[in-house]
Design a protein around this ligand. Sequence first.
Ligand SMILES: NC(=O)c1ccc[n+]([C@@H]2O[C@H](COP(=O)([O-])OP(=O)(O)OC[C@H]3O[C@@H](n4cnc5c(N)ncnc54)[C@H](OP(=O)(O)O)[C@@H]3O)[C@@H](O)[C@H]2O)c1
Length: 429
Amino acid sequence: MTSLRIGIAGLGTVGAGVVRLLQDNAELIALRAGMPIQVVAISARDRGLDRGVSLAGMRWHADALALADDPQVDVVVELIGGAEGVGRALVERSIAAGKPVVTANKALLAVHGTMLAQAAEASGVGLGFEAAVAGGIPVIKALREGLAGNRISRVAGILNGTCNYILTVMRDEGKDFAEVLADAQALGYAEADPTFDVDGIDAAHKLAILAALAFGRRVDFAAVHVEGIRRINALDISFADELGYRIKLLGIAEETPAGVEMRVHPAMVPKAALLASVDGVFNAVLAQGDFVGQVFLQGRGAGAGPTASAVVADLIDIARGTKIPVWGAAGAQLGSGPAVPISRHHGAYFLRLMVVDQPGVLADVTAILRDHGVSLASMLQHGRKPSEAVPIVLVTHETEEAAIDKAIARIAKLEAVLEPPALIRIEPS
Ligand SMILES: NC(=O)c1ccc[n+]([C@@H]2O[C@H](COP(=O)([O-])OP(=O)(O)OC[C@H]3O[C@@H](n4cnc5c(N)ncnc54)[C@H](OP(=O)(O)O)[C@@H]3O)[C@@H](O)[C@H]2O)c1
């Protein structure tokens, strides 16, 4: 082979970024790959759209699936997106045609990753997805290759830049979620339909992928507990600050005595923790290995440049002939036990109640917590305006989530409690 000939489907943010990177750094990429990497064919929806990069000499396919059948294409790069539809069909068809695939599609890997890996194994082709998690941070390689000798006990990450940006601005400017989301949309940091980001789904796709790699399990998106950031408000952010915490949307995969936990939710992290200082659109991943100890990776999790950087790393691997099992071990060896349900999570909790400040309320609340075996580490109360709603904040010691859920259900029914209580899990790091 004198050059690696690639076909790219999708010329949006990432696709155009990949074309630009391959053009701008062509020489050093050829040096590292051992051969030039050449884009010979492309596909997108709108042929007339200016992509801001030169597409000269690249064959246009109106049907993206034709890239899989194009005899001039050695490797297919899928940058359309979506767990179903054309993106999925193209990946399946390319693998079936014996062509290695590189994709940035976390939804596809999270939902169909086991099946696709089996197909790639059967066809003897690679399936690269470094760009699917945390954009430019080489976290797939880190877990699958760099840390391959370690037993990983925990992976925690800030995996969605949009959420991290929103939470950072809420904290810095004391604003509420809806206002900051609207500003982020106007600035292009959040999509017009922000559901995938702010409801935690995007982070959960990525976490499912990291958990599979970290624990040698089949990827299992459906088993991830998912909560987003819509319910986080300025009041809780300011209480968190007072108590020495930052609120972050974390994805956490953890080996516990009961089994593997996979969860995405807002969490209070001590200010001194590494993840607490990751602000704005940055992503970060903290992994704990038995021999290596803690490994902390931080960088840009999205955008044309960082994502293209990861896609091109996978292409260079293919050009070099590197062969690594998709999930770090042969498909048949991957574990598939059930994940631990969130109700069995053990941790400390931040609980905020809005109450009418009248005698006996606190005694009622603490009595209910005691009934369910929940003990308190600290308490905060501000402002005492008779007959007006005042916040009471309680921080618990470690307890099982089922216990605190039962306690909250009873607390919510107290006459003096005016709104559904706010509950945020506290993470040690
Ligand atoms: N953006 C990021 O920072 C980022 C980071 C990490 C991973 N990713 C992943 O990368 C993938 C691409 O994301 P993106 O942000 O680049 O998306 P995007 O800007 O919306 O681009 C999507 C591209 O797919 C093309 N497309 C859509 N339907 C198609 C079809 N049926 N046939 C052929 N082409 C089709 C579109 O064509 P037209 O342009 O003609 O409409 C567009 O060029 C997704 O899986 C995403 O999750 C993105």
